[in-house]
Ligand binder design. Structure first.
Ligand code: BES
Ligand code: ZN
Ligand code: ZN
Length: 490
């Protein structure tokens, strides 16, 4: 993993601005007001800031003074931010700084901006690179950001939980970017077990245990691979002792060749991201532990590799799920639902959760429907679903609700088993969701998130370079905060 940027928070010290050897970021308002730091830079640079402002700036503008004579700095970033800038605008300022900065240290002169923590989050999230497999060591430099403000402890107190969430998103990105020869099911489980250090309880269920539990659907996916199938259970019990937990379930197919229903060669290398759902669950659990969330949340991931071999599942095979339903496997490439159905059943039997959210790079069809802008959201519970949509919207993570319905479920009728694993081309994402719906118990509020289009993208997004996005970690952490954490009495 690339070392995340380290942040320090300091009381404003006007003298340090002239001696700081890195990039100095100052903020101006659209009406041309300069705060003390900007005034200082203006004086040092003999009026360069005033001239820049007089030439006209509007909110959101980011300008650069490339050679600030009179200062030790390499460059000065001048960002125009309205006094009443929104959370998004503050984050965007941080993103602009992350993009501008290259490899040098940054001094952010945040003044008395009470949303400066959001600048910090924007900077942190965008400042990510996956360089583990580059041999150029310079790329792995540790970088630092100093935030100077009139109330550093207040900003730091607000920023620390946000940085915990960013670290969770980085954990997700690293897992999703990792190639499948490195991130085997065993390596994945080991990285989750290492999170015990953060206070999470972590348990690994091995193949013999999964067989004993009757997880015939999940095991049928991994049986063609030399990597053993595993289910990893992570628990964060930061809430009331007897409060039912929220359960997060992730599809962790470390590589999806399609199995005997082999995928075409072109683009198959992207299927290294088919553990994206498990990656988000892992990142969200990490974020909750790091920010010591006052909630009970369990994260369960099904880790398997979908390979063709002499021992692989064939199209036409019938397997038995832990719930007891028999499944006719029409297409071995529709494997994610076979993994999830057993993990979902196990989670409900074991934890009787107050809510259950599964995340999966489940269907190519969701990319046809929603592109890379929104995840597909399916739910049996308007209350929980609306809370999630609100959280995702607040965090700038695209999410769009799609329908469920009996007519879609009927497409999954099998002539020889209780259900089949594909429902034909029409509404492929919805029939996949209906397959999962069958394994949701009466009274469990449930959301299924099809993240095939958003987990990994070919072009940069607002908060991430191309590749893994970490989509969902921010939204889930916010949902937990808004809907599951014990609120202190006002
Ligand atoms: N992992 C894929 C879905 C996927 C496709 C994720 C593209 C990310 C990008 C999934 O296991 C799959 O292969 N689904 C099939 C289902 C079909 C056989 C019913 C699909 O979408 O084509
Ligand atoms: Zn598949
Ligand atoms: Zn898959």
């Amino acid at each position: 993993m690339v070392k995340p940027v380290t942040f320090t928070f300091e009381e404003t010290n006007i003298d340090e601005i002239s001696t700081f050897a890195g990039r100095v970021a100052i903020f101006v308002t659209p009406d041309g007001k300069l705060d003390p730091a900007a005034r200082r830079v203006n004086r040092l640079t003999k009026g360069a800031i005033a001239r820049l402002v007089e030439a006209g700036v509007k909110a959101g503008d980011a300008r650069v003074l490339a050679y600030p004579v009179g200062m030790a700095a390499e460059a000065v970033d001048v960002i125009c931010l309205d006094k009443r800038a929104s959370i998004e605008e503050n984050r965007a300022a941080g993103v602009a700084l992350a993009k501008a900065r290259g490899k040098v240290a940054v001094l952010v002169c945040a003044g008395n901006n009470n949303k400066a923590a959001q600048i910090v989050l924007g900077l942190a999230l965008r400042d990510y690179e996956f360089t583990d497999h580059k041999t150029d060591e310079a790329l792995a430099d540790t970088r630092s950001v100093t935030v100077m403000s009139t109330k550093p402890s207040e900003i730091e107190e607000n920023a620390r939980p946000l940085l915990a969430v960013a670290e969770g998103a980085f954990f997700t990105r690293d897992l999703v970017n990792e190639p499948a020869n490195v991130l085997t099911t065993t390596e994945f489980a080991d990285r989750l077990v290492a999170m015990k250090d953060l206070g999470l309880e972590v348990e690994v269920l091995e193949e013999d245990k999964l067989a004993e539990l009757g997880m015939g659907a999940l095991l049928s996916v991994g049986q063609g691979s030399d990597s053993p199938s595993k289910v990893v259970v992570m628990k964060w019990m930061g809430g009331e002792t007897d409060a039912a937990p929220l359960a997060l379930i992730g599809k962790g197919v470390v590589f999806d060749t399609g199995g005997i229903s082999l995928k075409p060669a072109a683009g198959m290398e992207d299927m290294t991201m088919d553990m994206g759902g498990a990656g988000v669950v892992a990142g969200a659990m990490r974020a909750l532990a790091l920010r010591k969330a006052k909630a009970n949340v369990v994260g369960l991931v099904g880790l398997v590799e979908n390979m063709p071999s002499g021992n692989a599942t064939r199209p036409g095979d019938v397997v038995t799920s832990m719930k007891g339903d028999t499944i006719e496997v029409i297409n071995t490439d529709a494997e994610g639902r076979l993994v999830l159905c057993d993990v979902m059943h196990y989670a409900q039997e074991t934890f009787k959760p107050a809510g259950m959210i599964d995340l999966a790079t489940l269907t190519g069809a969701v990319i046809i429907g929603l592109g890379h802008e929104n995840a597909g959201v399916f739910s049996n519970d308007d209350g929980l679903c609306n809370k999630f949509l609100k959280a995702a919207n607040a965090e700038g993570e695209g999410a769009w609700r799609m329908p469920l319905g009996k007519a879609y479920a009927d497409q999954l009728k099998s002539s020889i088993a209780d259900v089949k694993n594909v429902g034909g081309r029409p509404a492929g994402s919805i029939t996949a969701a209906e397959f999962l719906h069958r394994f949701v118990q009466e009274g469990t509020p449930w959301i299924h998130l099809d993240i095939a289009g958003v987990a990994h993208v070919k072009a940069e997004t607002t908060y991430a370079p191309k590749g893994a996005t970490g989509w969902g970690v921010l939204a889930l952490s916010r949902l937990v905060e808004d809907a599951f954490e014990a609120k202190e009495e006002e």
